[in-house]
Ligand binder design. Structure first.
Ligand SMILES: [Zn+2]
Ligand SMILES: [Zn+2]
Ligand SMILES: [Zn+2]
Length: 246
């Protein structure tokens, strides 16, 4: 019997409440990465758990790469990723036009020190230049987005050793940061430890809560949203709504 206990596979129920809450923040972070966000962790917890940020094309919304690209002017070969070692270190003497490869400081022909760098393509000898990223759609403009996120995590509630088939999320007046850039992500772990994400704005929350937002229990920090783990109840419309962050 002891052996069986020892070998039992661990689940999120083995985490303390504090560690579980952190676990949820990480799951949300990984999920946000899939949607192209960069994630930052505030030094102090002031009801904002994550700051997220991305650059996207102003025209088509595709993710934007801010690092410049290294390409051959002549044949278009892209050296940006891992091929930098293939860039030929060519120097040209300004006085006699002699071309040399390698780390020269003087012209081998005329001894002039008037050399200019000419990074060259290993394929066609064309000049490699650094150009700013432009989108495949043709746009040269990008926008920067910042969002703040509060994460709340819940496992399925159990009572008397039985599943209640509900999740529970504690919401308090201090969570109502009324900023257009602020969002809640509720990370809900089912009994197989699979996460489900509800993404909602502060406005969405206020709208769904309706009059219960003025309720005494909410004012007293005693409000707990219980909802079905099967269909997410009245919060269902926010399932996987990561588009709301865009
Ligand atoms: Zn674009
Ligand atoms: Zn080339
Ligand atoms: Zn020379």
């Amino acid at each position: 019997m002891i052996m069986i206990m020892k070998n039992r596979k661990k689940t999120t129920t083995d985490l303390s409440a504090k560690h579980f809450s952190r676990y949820g923040e990480f799951l949300v972070s990984f999920e946000l990465s899939k949607h192209g966000w960069n994630i930052y962790d505030p030094v102090y917890d002031e009801y904002i758990d994550l700051i997220i940020h991305k650059h996207v094309c102003e025209e088509c919304g595709k993710n934007w790469n801010l690092t410049p690209v290294l390409v051959c002017k002549k044949c278009g070969k892209d050296f940006s990723k891992s091929l930098k070692k293939d860039i030929v270190a060519k120097k040209i003497c300004q006085d006699c036009k002699n071309e040399m490869i390698g780390n020269k400081t003087k012209c081998a022909k005329c001894q002039s020190e008037n050399l200019i760098n000419h990074p060259s393509c290993d394929k066609c000898d064309g000049e490699v230049e650094m150009i700013d990223h432009s989108c495949k759609c043709g746009s040269k403009k990008y926008i920067t987005k910042f969002r703040t996120i509060q994460v709340k995590s819940s496992r399925i509630e159990h009572g008397d050793g039985k599943s209640k088939n509900t999740y529970a999320v504690d919401m308090k007046p201090r969570d109502l940061i009324k900023d257009e850039s602020h969002f809640y992500i509720w990370c809900l772990l089912d009994d197989k430890d699979h996460p489900h994400f509800l993404v909602l704005s502060v406005k969405d929350f206020i709208k769904v809560m309706g009059d219960s937002l003025k309720g005494i229990s909410f004012f007293k920090d005693q409000d707990r949203q219980h909802f079905s783990s099967r269909d997410f109840g009245k919060w269902r419309e926010f399932l996987d709504k990561f588009d709301k962050l865009e």
